[in-house]
Design a binder for this molecule. Structure first.
Ligand SMILES: [Zn+2]
Length: 425
């Protein structure tokens, strides 16, 4: 059992929190922005300082590798992303990078014997905050291994053409242009691949309140929840707000609001407390205060491990589409969906054993959020480790994880990697 350094982790947290510091506790660090480049430089500087070899692939992923005792052995990789959402926190993504660095630093400092080379990694553009979609680059790198309905959303050419959502200091019009200008466009031969790599671990903050509520420092993650994302569109007709009588109206916004309340009532009747569903986006046309809306569309994001539970919600959605709402028609459209992605059972077991042996409080947990690891899981045996998050807050500036918990996460990561190193050829 080896232990990572609280002092070194605390120093990393302080240092990386400066890159993109928005002045009120959090960061805005879009992928390939000047702030993200500072984080990348710091990563490379610290990894070179322990003698790691640096490789950069053609989509700006950075790999820092220290050798193992067997020069022919495949590498064990661990890492996460260094970009953030707008006004995000100091932990989402970068904690997995700092944990990976901490693992390699501890191995070098304590001269820990290991057979396989160990690689710490930064993934490019996980959040997709400036250049959508999210998990863009793991979607590119793992494309040949993804199910076709997911792979088609991450075609290299389309990703390069992804347009910036807003103008940001030093930003380019497209992701491809940002990549070309970044100085981090390396060689395709360095991309993560199953010939050279053995398995993958990603440490991440939980981004929810379950660990804290249960008094556990670490989550042993077993899967990423399956989900579907739909749009529900309501169509009525527009008329003057002052002259058109109420009983003649087909008000699309009123229709949508009735349907949304009905949806909540019916889904809640399923009685599945672990089911989560969200309407976060709404489009109203013409969105003028003197005009009755003729078209309203809202999004629906539904997540649960069990496909049967998701299917039950889908029945409710279809039932909504088969009815009239305030005289308006409802049409539904699937945007995307994914099955639950289960992590490699052996690796999950090593994480659990490592946490138990270190005396770190832990529990099994699912991931409700998407991560690069879920795409890598189609290519390599993969698992994740979650670190307790204060008040369950993430993707916002108050996002916080205690340095002690972050260090415990790195310690579990280190010892789980050493178990995989000993067990795997
Ligand atoms: Zn993340």
């Amino acid at each position: 059992m080896y232990t990572c350094s609280l002092d070194r982790m605390t120093d990393k947290i302080k240092t990386f929190s400066k890159f993109g510091d928005a002045g009120h506790g959090g960061i805005t660090r879009y992928s390939l922005s000047p702030e993200a480049k500072m984080a990348r430089e710091e990563f490379i500087k610290r990894m070179k300082a322990i003698g790691a070899e640096i490789e950069i692939d053609d989509v700006a992923n950075i790999y820092a590798t220290i050798p193992g005792s067997d020069p022919d052995a495949k590498r064990i990789v661990t890492g996460s992303h260094c970009d953030s959402v707008k006004n995000g926190g100091n932990y989402d993504g970068i904690l997995g990078v700092m944990s990976a660095m901490e693992v390699l630093e501890t191995v070098v400092e304590q001269n820990i014997p290991h057979k396989h080379p160990l690689t710490a990694m930064i993934w490019t553009n996980e959040e997709g905050s400036l250049y959508p979609p999210a998990m863009m680059v793991s979607g590119i790198v793992c494309n040949d291994y993804l199910p076709p309905e997911i792979a088609k959303n991450f075609k290299y050419e389309n990703m390069m053409a992804s347009k910036a959502m807003e103008a940001h200091e030093g930003s380019a019009d497209t992701f491809g242009e940002a990549l070309d200008a970044s100085g981090y466009k390396g060689d395709k031969k360095y991309r993560l691949n199953p010939e050279q790599y053995l398995c993958n671990f990603e440490a991440h903050i939980e981004q929810g309140p379950i660990l804290e509520d249960n008094g556990n420092d670490i989550g042993v993650v077993d899967c990423v929840l399956g989900m579907f994302n739909y749009s529900l569109k309501f169509t009525g007709f527009a008329a003057h707000a002052g002259t058109f009588p109420m009983d003649k109206r087909h008000d699309a916004l009123y229709a949508a609001s009735q349907a949304l309340c009905y949806l909540h009532d019916e889904v809640d009747k399923l009685g599945r407390p672990e089911l989560v569903y969200t309407t976060g986006e709404i489009y109203c046309h013409p969105c003028v205060h003197t005009v009755i809306p003729d078209e309203v569309e809202f999004s629906l994001d539904v997540r649960h491990e069990d496909p049967e539970v998701r299917a039950k919600v889908m029945e409710i959605v279809k039932d909504i589409a088969s009815k009239k709402w305030a005289g308006c028609d409802c049409e539904i459209r699937e945007n995307w969906k994914r099955d639950t992605v289960y992590w490699n059972e052996k690796l999950v077991g090593y994480v659990k054993e490592a946490a138990d042996e270190a005396g770190i409080s832990n529990q099994m947990i699912h991931s409700g959020a998407g991560h690069d690891a879920q795409f890598v899981a189609y290519m390599l045996p993969t698992t994740m480790i979650f670190v307790q998050t204060k008040d369950g807050l993430s993707h916002c500036e108050p996002e916080y994880a205690k340095p002690e918990h972050c260090t415990s996460g790195a310690t579990v990561l280190l010892n789980a990697i050493l178990k995989a190193d000993a067990a795997f050829e």
